[in-house]
Design a protein. Structure first.
Length: 337
């Protein structure tokens, strides 16, 4: 009869044996991944050659892939998500702050050559490393304070820098704390992430990167009925007052006391609640006549934004996002003073 102590001893031996088998298999897989030919290597090599990568970029890309868990080497070239997953894993294992500068530069160059940055409207966004310098960022602090219109001043593989008013001393209490950032990509989605503040310098915050972005898809040209006073300024310099009747990220409906014709260009000026004054060029699409019963003396015109309207479009998207969120929560929009 086997004694209880013997049972424990036998079980321990079995567990040790199984552990050794697992460790051996992991080592074997890692050795194979680091030294042997991976699946998809031929297609990978053909694409790399066509893209004109430098020798350093080729070595860096191969290293990133071999640190990843992907079996198909070629897949990383076809997906921004797989590329950013592989990069993130590489940085986690190697510690991004210990990676050589020339390797970091090669990773950033690879991202650009693969068109995986936010500059490419077709690229899927999964990491703050894909954001562009000059992009606008909203900040949501722990105390509920919301700061709009911050701008990305610089971005590297290690960290990124955004503008922040440090004159009141608030920023210095943020070091090593987490803040929520929100980035709007027109025609796509609103991305948010919670990030630690790495450093505070005069006029800006230094943040760590994140590959855990919360994405809220935007329907194309979500439209909201509004009633904002508007001034229309015509090309001859004359102007008239009217009312902005509805608003979307692609265009508007504006009520004016005079008829305008399709194709006519003008500028409109209005205040977007909580965001400030807007001055943007529009092109009249259709004259719908006296359509709105609340404004029987106005001619209703549909129009699209023209010219340099990206900043207006981004703020309109933010406004629509906020107002629809409040509708869902049953909270009325309160105009800030």
């Amino acid at each position: 009869m086997i004694e209880p102590l013997q049972i424990v001893w036998i079980a321990s031996i079995i567990i040790m044996f199984m552990t050794l088998v697992v460790l051996f298999e992991v080592h074997r897989i890692n050795f194979r991944r680091e030294n042997e030919v991976m699946f998809g290597t031929k297609a990978f090599d053909d694409k790399v050659e066509a893209m004109g990568f430098t020798d350093k970029e080729k070595r860096t890309l191969d290293k990133i892939i071999r640190y990843s868990s992907f079996e198909n080497k070629d897949a990383v070239l076809n997906s921004s998500r797989l590329f950013e997953d592989a990069v993130d894993n590489f940085y986690d294992i190697r510690n991004v702050f210990s990676v050589r500068d020339e390797t970091l530069a090669a990773v950033e160059s690879l991202r650009k050559k693969l068109s995986f940055t936010a500059s490419n409207p077709l690229a899927e966004i999964y990491s703050t490393r894909q954001f562009n310098v000059g992009d606008r960022i909203d900040l949501l602090l722990e105390n509920g304070l919301r700061i709009k219109r911050s701008e990305i001043m610089a971005r590297s593989e290690k960290e990124w820098v955004i503008t922040f008013d440090t004159s009141d001393g608030t920023s210095f209490s943020l070091v090593n704390k987490e803040i929520k950032v929100r980035w709007t990509r027109p025609d796509d989605a609103i991305y948010t992430a919670v990030l630690p503040v790495r450093q505070v310098d005069a006029g800006h915050l230094v943040l760590l990167h994140s590959s855990s972005l919360d994405k809220k898809q935007l329907r194309r040209w979500v439209r909201e009925q509004v009633a904002f006073p508007v001034t229309a300024v015509f090309q001859d310099g004359s102007s008239i007052g009217g009312t902005l009747l509805d608003l979307s990220a692609g265009g508007i409906m504006v009520g004016l006391p005079k008829e305008c014709y399709p194709g006519q260009h003008m500028r409109i000026q209005f205040e977007l609640p909580s965001f400030g004054d807007e001055d943007v060029e529009i092109e009249i699409l259709r004259n719908l006549g006296h359509k709105n019963q609340d404004y029987p003396h106005y001619y209703c015109h549909t129009a699209s934004f023209k010219g340099a309207f990206g900043w207006t479009q981004e703020r309109v998207l933010q406004y629509l996002f906020e107002i629809n969120k409040r509708k869902k929560q049953g909270v009325k929009w309160v105009k800030s003073t």
